[in-house]
Design a protein around this ligand. Structure first.
Ligand code: CLF
Ligand code: SF4
Length: 415
């Protein structure tokens, strides 16, 4: 592999990369190098399961305005991921990095992760594969990571103190058991530390992500970054907590930019800091400051799986007019599993951020919101939105029924 043992720490704590190929790949990596901003990365959401529960994570909801790790619009199989990669690569010449960043954990879905990277590397040997993980299962897969030619790995490690860790993680699922509290934090921390050490010894570039949670680990972060330096980590990325709805931390205070930059500055004495993180979605595509994932979101639709957007007040009846919808209920359908609820998508939220969002814009945004669906089921829909939906290859089905029955009827049209 390209990164075979080429890194060494210099005296001030930043890393000199000796291996020329790894150096070049790092310079072209948008997250690892500020100079890499002109290159694009693509996240492939092939890892849905997770083996821990962080108190700040909720993977149920999806909204394009809510760019945060763990969020994706679709989960792909390795073959689908390869097809999507080929398609995006054909449209994006500067695509350089392919990352597996969830929506769960890369190692809780190792077979799919491995298969995806293997196939993509065969198709495009110049690609830089990048993994992101919570680190719980890292020690087990070091040799395979190196063998696969993964040169860049991000580990999210929020603490090296079990008392603090116990406040951040609700549980871990480890060797067939659910472990909680201090014991869970110790296992997680030990595996993270061992995994990071062994990776850096093998010459893999490791970036440490740290989620800053005010009142919990904020004052502890300098200790974590000192440890990172000791372990040969390339740089640390201190990120503010995004208090996601429905999580233990949903009401936690926000971290201001001032607070964030102060702690980064303090830690920069020990180790290189990342200042340009976008806290990306698990299906992000493009250069860091311009996410283009929306353009490629209906990819799976082409592969034959059915997806329906339903206009419903509470998810039981199809009882809303298209123009009145504030949130769509999204369902999947296949012959084996039948009707399956996937997620809710808020339409209003898509407009927030656009100043003076007009009714017309709302309709357009509503259509974009469901661009990956085969059809939308409503009790009534106007001619104009129907036409616009059709132009995007989305059918409109007017029906008044229960959601389940309505979807079954709609699915028959595609049989
Ligand atoms: Fe993706 Fe992460 Fe690789 Fe980058 S993201 S797996 S290292 S290719 Fe980058 Fe996004 Fe921040 Fe991550 S901006 S969230 S640091
Ligand atoms: Fe969510 Fe990632 Fe934590 Fe798993 S490791 S619970 S996907 S934030």
């Amino acid at each position: 592999m390209g990164c075979g043992g080429g890194c060494a720490s210099n005296s001030c704590g930043s890393i000199d990369i000796k291996d020329e190929e790894l150096k070049k790949k790092t310079e072209m990596h948008p997250c690892y190098s500020e100079g890499g901003h002109k290159y694009a990365r693509m996240h492939l959401p092939v890892a849905p399961a997770c083996n821990i529960q962080c108190n700040y994570c909720n993977r149920l909801y999806d909204c394009v305005n809510e760019s945060r790790p763990g969020v994706t619009s679709e989960v792909l199989l390795p073959e689908e991921a390869l097809e999507k990669y080929k398609f995006v690569k054909s449209k994006m010449e500067n695509l350089q990095v392919v990352g597996i960043a969830g929506p769960g954990d890369a190692f809780a879905n190792w077979e799919n992760t491995k298969e995806t990277i293997k196939m993509i590397k065969e198709f495009d040997p110049n690609v830089t594969p990048c993994l992101s993980t919570n680190g719980l299962m890292l020690p087990k897969y070091i040799d395979e990571i190196v063998e696969l030619g993964v040169s860049h790995v991000t580990v999210t490690m929020n603490s090296i103190d079990p008392e603090i860790g116990a406040q951040i993680y609700e549980y871990i699922s480890y060797e067939g058991s659910i472990v909680k509290g201090r014991e869970a934090a110790i296992i997680l921390q030990n595996n993270q530390l061992e995994g990071i050490k062994r990776l850096t010894e093998k010459g893999v570039l490791v970036k440490l992500n740290i989620v800053m949670v005010k009142g919990i680990n904020d004052r502890h972060i300098p200790q974590v970054t000192k440890k990172a330096k000791e372990l040969g980590v390339f740089m640390t990325n201190i990120m503010p907590l995004i208090p996601a709805k429905g999580t233990v931390f949903e009401n936690m205070p926000l971290v201001s930019n001032k607070e964030l930059n102060e702690i980064r500055k303090e830690c920069s004495i020990d180790i290189k800091q990342m200042y340009h993180c976008q806290q990306c979605r698990a299906d992000a595509i493009g250069v860091l400051n311009q996410d283009r994932s929306l353009e490629f979101r209906n990819f799976k639709k082409k592969s034959g799986e059915l997806k329906f957007a339903v206009a419903s007040k509470d998810g039981t009846l199809i009882d809303q007019h298209f123009g009145h919808v504030e949130k769509f209920y999204i369902y999947g359908y296949d012959k084996v599993n039948g009707v399956k609820f996937l997620e809710e998508r808020k339409v209003e939220k898509y407009c927030i951020g656009k100043e003076n969002c007009s009714e017309e814009e709302k309709k357009t945004t509503a259509i974009d919101t469901i661009a990956d669906c085969n059809a939308v089921l409503t009790v009534r829909i106007g001619y104009e939105p129907k036409r616009k939906l059709k132009a995007k290859n989305i059918d409109s089905i007017e029906i008044y029924d229960t959601v389940e029955e309505g979807i079954r009827v709609a699915a028959k049209k595609y049989a």
